[in-house]
Structure formats: C-alpha cells, structure tokens
Ligand binder design. Structure first.
Ligand code: COA
Length: 262
C-alpha cells in the first residue's frame, strides 16, 4: 500500500464506496499527496462493478476540504503550481466522468478547491455547519479546478459571478436556496442521508444509472435536439439488457428486482 494512501481512506460497503479526505489537522486541504491518493482511489473504483455509488467526505467535524494547501503552495515554484493545477483539473474531471454517481457529503468548510471538488460530483448534501465558497479572488487568483465553469452551470451565471467576484462564503441554508446543494441536514445525520440516497441509487439498474448520467451530462452541453438524440441513443443501450426484462418481470411478479448490470 503506498504511503500516501492514508491521506485518503476508502471504505466499501454494499455497493457504496465512502472516500474520506483524511488530513483533518489541515482542514483536509489538498496537497500533492491527497491529489495522488485520490487519483489512485478513483482509478481503483472506476471499473469495479461491485461499486455502484461513491460518497466523498472529509475527516473530522470541521471541514470537508479547505481547498489547496496554502502552506505547501507558498513553497512551490510557478511550474510546480502549474503541475498542481493540471493534476487537480484532471482529477476533478475524472470524478465528474465516472460512470457511477458521486455524492459529496459536505461536513463543514468547503472552500476554493473544496467547493470545486463538490461541484465535480453529481449530488451535494451539506450539513448545517457547512460553509462553501469560491474564495480564490480574495487570494488574487481565480478558481483553477473548474469552478468558473461548473458553478455557473449549476447555480446560473449571475449568481456564480457574484460569488466568485466577492469570494464570499455561503452557509448551508443559502447553499440550498441557490441550488448549490441538493439537501441540508443536521451534522450527525449527514452520512446517513448520503448513505440512504446511495442505497436508493443501488436499487436501480446499473446500466440505466450509467446511461442516465451520460445522457444528462453530455446532453446538457448541447442544444435540445442534439440532447434528445443523445437520450434516444442512451435509451437504446438499455433495451437489449437482461436487467430491463428483469425489471418488468419483478414488477409483474410483485417482487424486488435483482439487477446484474447485464
Ligand atoms: N491550506 C493549508 N492549511 C490550512 C488551510 C489550507 N487551505 N485551511 C486551513 N488550514 C490549516 C490552518 O493553517 C490551521 O493550521 P495550524 O493549526 O497549523 O495553524 C488549521 O488548518 C486550522 O485552520 P484555522 O484557520 O485555524 O481554523 P478556523 O476555524 O479559524 O478557519 C477556515 C477555518 C477554513 C475558514 C480557514 O482556515 C481558511 O480560510 N482557510 C483557507 C481557505 C481558502 O482560502 N481556501 C482556498 C485556497 S485556494
């Protein structure tokens, strides 16, 4: 096991992989070790048919992720910063492109790259003590992990501009109001909420979930008629599957379906 793996933990339970950023003493800030470890974890689940849903969260009670590690950053050359950002962007794109749903369970501060990581996931659930924001302009830089692109796509251009230009943080309630997160809950219920949603997703057909995610994400970047074409093709993938026939049989036989991803 590589040494850096301890900064990111992975726990597998019944189809769900819970991935925990594990540098609570540094508010789970992202350094090169976390980048490498997280990339390895994402690679390990990418083609694992046993893993249907990922949950990403942070260790400790204070932070999901306080963004880039600013202590490490101070010592970096410009070239090293470029390398960091390139790796960060690729990692977040890899998370977004996983063919399985990813839920972020935001258990406190999610600032800068922390919010950007959450934006690369499919669904965001925040505890009431969450505080989110793209605070980079206050450090005289801009979001470098996809924030300028993903935030407007999720909450709209005007609100995204407001948050990026001011660099202000939003609390859980405001995050919910502006559509930045899907749900909010008490901190001690956060993992239960995320797990319940993950379990519900696990009950659905694996190929259907994969195709639905593909159709939504790919279609969203095109015009409506192209998007509808993408949906029609994605639907076609589900037609010859055993799971589709199992779904109909289970319904008619009044039992729970057993899907195999085939
Ligand atoms: N990089 C490195 N270390 C960080 C960090 C970061 N992004 N964010 C927090 N930490 C460290 C602090 O330096 C501190 O370490 P220390 O005990 O060795 O001094 C520890 O985590 C606790 O942080 P602290 O600032 O004392 O806690 P707080 O409750 O007062 O504030 C935050 C928490 C998250 C609001 C504050 O730490 C913060 O603003 N962090 C920077 C967030 C940011 O701008 N991220 C975007 C980077 S582009």
């Amino acid at each position: 096991m590589p040494e850096n793996q301890s900064v990111v933990r992975i726990e597998r339970q019944e189809g769900v992989a819970v991935v925990t950023l594990n540098r609570p003493e540094a508010m789970n800030a992202i350094n090169f070790d976390i980048l490498d470890a997280l990339a390895e974890v994402i690679g390990s689940v990418r083609f694992d048919p046993e893993i249907r849903v990922l949950i990403i969260t942070g260790a400790g009670e204070k932070a999901f992720c306080a963004g880039a590690d600013l202590k490490e950053r101070r010592e970096m050359s410009e070239i090293r910063v470029k390398e960091f950002l390139h790796t960060l962007r690729r990692l977040f794109s890899d998370i977004e492109a996983l063919s399985k749903p990813v839920i972020s369970a935001i258990n406190g501060f999610a600032l800068g790259g922390g919010t950007e990581m959450a934006l690369a996931t499919d669904i965001r659930i925040a505890s009431m003590n969450a505080s989110m924001g793209l605070t980079e302009t206050r450090l005289a830089i801009i979001p470098g992990g996809g924030g300028t692109q993903r935030l407007p796509r999720i909450i709209g251009k005007a609100k995204a501009k407001e948050l990026i230009f001011t660099g202000r943080r939003v609390d859980a309630r405001e995050a919910l109001d502006i559509g930045l997160v899907n749900h909010i809950c008490e901190p001690d219920l956060l993992m239960d909420e995320a797990m319940n949603m993950a379990r519900m997703i696990c009950e659905a057909g694996p190929i259907a979930i994969e195709q639905a995610k593909y159709a939504i994400d790919t279609g969203f970047e095109t015009d409506l008629s192209t998007g509808l074409g993408i949906e029609a093709n994605a639907y076609r993938v589900t037609l010859p599957t055993q799971d589709r026939l199992e779904g109909i049989s289970a319904f008619l036989e009044k039992r729970k379906p057993v899907y195999k991803g085939k």
